[in-house]
Design a protein. Sequence first.
Length: 406
Amino acid sequence: MRISNEALQYALENNIIDSDLISQAYEMKKREEMLALHTNSIWEKDGKWYTHVGKGRGNRKQVRRSSREKLEDFLFDYYEQLTREQKIDEIFETWVCRKYYEYSEITKQSYDHYWNDYRRFFKNNPAAQEIRGLPFHEITEDDLDVLIRKTIADMKLTRKTYSSMKTVLIGIFKFAKRAKLTEVSITHFISDMDISKKAFTQRNRDKEKEIFTQDETATITDFLRKRGTIRDLALLLCFETGMRIGEIATLKPEDIRKNYIRVCRTEVKYLDETTGKNFATVQEMPKTEAGYRDVFISKQTQETVEAIMKIAGDNEYLFMYGGQRIKEHAHRKHLYSVCDAVGISHKSPHKIRKTYGTMLIDGGVDESIIMEQMGHKDIMTTKKYYYFSNKSDEKKYEQIEKAVSI
């Protein structure tokens, strides 16, 4: 009697020696796994056994057998065939839908983000078309190696964009391995890949565009403070606290304390699958895992907050116009218009946040306090992505001249 590799592996894992027992135990285990895929109810009526298979109105059908055992025999064959025919598109959809709809493990924003990445790196990627056409269980490590290396080269991926592709790939294959649809250990495979640093496209960032310089900061904050509209004060508060613009856009009067601001919500965007339009809504929790945080404010910022509170009055949110909450995209557009007004090149609200992080580090603030103010769990996040010199060329020259003078 020929014993499959899967059966032998199962025997080794479970200390089974007898060949007949090996095959029997393996088949029983396999049957349990296939039947576990069936989540629809099974019922008995008038001596017959019933269930439904398929999804959606057009594909859903009722199945009837004379005994439960025969019904389970049908379900075993049905799901075994189904799993052999499944392709990566179907596996991804099942994985991401379960994470969002069934288990609530991710937000709608993350769900949309996963779908966008899958379309980018798989559906719309010529290098992925061969893998998409294979039954999932036939995808090998060699197939994945070609896909990853060709995608990095053809799409000119940076390390950051490759990380987005890798996140989706790992999620799909971990899910599939738990469902016994593949033998590939994706984490081991990814960690063993020897991808040269030269393979990735280097992003040459213009440091002058990453933050507002000291002179630009002084110019723009002075303008905002003097004009003092509710939209101006929102941007001024962003400069003075380093809060994310989505956090600024969702602040309420009760979040304001004597010498700090409680950050407990943010704005998130999601795609309405019915209309295909993007919407913004308020998420009753901050953006990152760092959770709620208290952003301490200076005396000058306390004056800014007082001016905001006077304008806001009894409004639900601090920043409203015409009875509506001012959304993140409106704050961004307003910043661009202010940049035009003072003669500064366009920079996003996130550049304000980087400017604030730079000021804290240059100001010698304790690292633990910087992490709390920024809402980062690791100070290296601040140092790596939020720290740039904002000194003018004259200031840099003065400091270097002073440091190296002998």
